[in-house]
Ligand binder design. Structure first.
Ligand code: PGA
Length: 255
């Protein structure tokens, strides 16, 4: 059975101390909740990874992730961070293909395929983001865009490797804008993604893949989004920076 996952994406927020105290609050709050078939992930800036990973160890219910990695193994890439370095902090996940990375750092589908390989080689699970821009939605080309992002970024993987991938559908027009996709709009795309996965890898793998929604998800809309049959949780930006909001979103699965 596929997992329900609520993942926080802190982006470039929180200085060192702020991040440690936010994470401590999250761990303390989540500790008392029934998690069941659910996983909570916090994707922090690199500076927090090792420390928060220590804070979470022993509690076993909050996993840690990075927000990108470099595609190379190691070497003269000043300022970059490799998959093995992220893994050595205790992190289990890495967000790849976030629309901000695609738009501001020129991350192409081809580059992302290399980053996916680097992550999997070092046992980091990619949370792979796909989604259309406002123009692409309005022109009706969004299914094609999503299919291309899936096939160029991921479909070189064999079925065994693909089992480690989590997907996040994040319509670019909904990220940080307060414009959430309606549950019906999101469900339509999630069902399309699952159908595309079934064509590539078979129905069983498609049914076992967690597909998260991201884009202005918050405590007020999480319930209606997560109750859709193909929405298995969320990738949460702004609302993951307040422990109470994040907890309320997590608790949608415990109601
Ligand atoms: P948001 O960001 O929840 O602030 O819209 C989501 C994301 O970019 O992952």
């Amino acid at each position: 059975m596929r997992k329900n996952i609520v993942a926080g994406n802190w982006k470039m927020n929180m200085d060192y101390e702020q991040g440690i105290s936010l994470f401590s609050e999250i761990v303390n709050m989540v500790k008392d909740e029934v998690i069941g078939n659910q996983e909570v992930v916090v994707c922090s800036p690199f500076i927090h990874l090792a420390a928060i990973s220590k804070l979470s160890s022993g509690t076993g219910n909050v996993s840690i992730g990075a927000q990108t990695i470099n595609e190379h193994e190691s070497g003269a890439y000043t300022g970059e961070i490799s998959a093995s370095q992220v893994k050595s902090t205790g992190a289990a996940y890495v967000i790849l293909g976030h629309s901000e990375r695609r738009a501001y750092f020129n991350e192409t589908d081809e580059l992302l395929a290399e980053k996916v390989n680097a992550a999997l080689k070092h046992d980091l699970k990619p949370i792979f983001c796909i989604g259309e821009t406002k123009d692409e939605r309005e022109s009706g080309s969004y299914f094609d865009i999503i299919k291309t992002q899936l096939s160029k970024g991921l479909f070189h993987l064999d079925a065994e490797a693909f089992k480690n991938v989590v997907l996040a559908y994040e319509p670019v027009w909904a990220i940080g804008t307060g414009l959430t996709a309606t549950p019906e709009q999101a469900q339509e795309v999630h069902a399309f993604i699952r159908k595309t996965l079934a064509e590539q890898y078979g129905q069983e793998i498609a049914d076992n893949t967690s597909i998260l929604y991201g884009g202005s998800a918050n405590p007020s809309n999480a319930q209606s989004l997560f109750s859709q049959p193909d929405i298995d949780g969320g990738l949460i930006g702004g609302a993951s920076l307040k422990s109470r909001d994040f907890l309320q979103i997590i608790n949608v699965f415990n109601a």
